[in-house]
Design a protein around this ligand. Structure first.
Ligand code: B4P
Length: 228
């Protein structure tokens, strides 16, 4: 897998600040060529993003982009990027922005003909959210809706420890690592919600109940957004 943005960062050809300074007309131009419907599934670790994403991509024919899955693939293939990412993930920390932004850039390039994307677990920082807007604006696309799954911390810990027993995921088996992930979510990821609230794209969805009930609520929100 190639990471065009990451390569530019590494070669000092472009800084993250420069990357954000794409000419304003790109960001504010009308979208005559927009063909995609793009959804972000947002929420704390264990809120059900992965579970619901599988169903949503099947229902709406979207391309599923899970940064967690992409990183775990890199780890399984023992790539240098995967080995670096593992150090962060095992401690419950976020992988550096430039790595995940590079992965998303590469995936968007790879799926130029997609009818839309479902971003799962990305963006997780304000810098990633800004970068995603820029990457989509360069392609005359934008995020249509951000669906945020809301689940209590008590329920999240229960779900993740339960998954840890069978998944073999090292970040799910240790409660202190799980708690660390929640604290990173509060400090680094929760501000992403404000970013999309300001853009009037944010919709909270109750993430507790049966998988079918939550899926129905997500579908309703997407169908309303598609119709508007
Ligand atoms: P992710 O892979 O994104 O995983 P997650 O947040 O733990 O899980 P998710 O919300 O998808 O939960 P799921 O549906 O599986 O991230 C892992 C790590 O990768 C991060 O900590 C970070 O280090 C790194 N990373 C990823 N993206 C990054 C980025 N953009 N920037 C930096 N670092 C990044 O559900 C969890 C469990 O709940 C499952 O067992 C499921 O069966 C169960 N469940 C789901 N819905 C349920 C329901 N309704 N009722 C009961 N149980 C339910």
């Amino acid at each position: 897998m190639q990471f065009p943005v990451l390569e530019k960062f590494k070669a000092n050809l472009i800084s993250i600040e420069d990357f954000f300074k794409i000419e304003p007309y790109i960001c504010y131009s009308p979208r005559p060529y927009a063909l995609m419907f793009n959804v972000i599934l947002f929420g704390p670790p264990g809120s059900g993003k992965g579970t619901q994403s599988e169903r949503l991509v099947e229902k709406y024919g979207l391309i599923h982009l899970s940064t967690g899955n992409l990183l775990r693939e890199e780890i399984a293939n023992k790539t240098p990027l995967g080995m670096e990412a593992k150090n962060f993930m095992d401690k419950g920390q976020l992988v550096p922005d430039e790595v995940v932004i590079g992965m998303i850039d590469s995936a968007l390039e790879h799926h130029k003909d997609a009818t839309g994307f479902l971003f799962d677990g990305f963006p997780r920082t304000a810098a990633q959210a800004q970068a995603l807007d820029k990457l989509l604006a360069l392609r005359k696309e934008e995020i249509n809706i951000v669906l945020a799954l809301e689940v209590t911390e008590e329920e999240l810990v229960k779900r993740l420890l339960h998954r840890g027993k069978t998944s073999g995921r090292s970040d799910d088996s240790d409660e202190s690592v799980i708690r660390k992930r929640f604290s990173v979510y509060s400090s680094d990821t929760a501000p992403v919600a404000d970013y999309y609230k300001k853009a009037h794209k944010f919709k909270a969805i109750k993430g507790e109940g049966s998988v079918d009930e939550i899926f129905a609520a997500l579908r309703q929100a997407i169908d309303m957004s598609m119709a508007s």
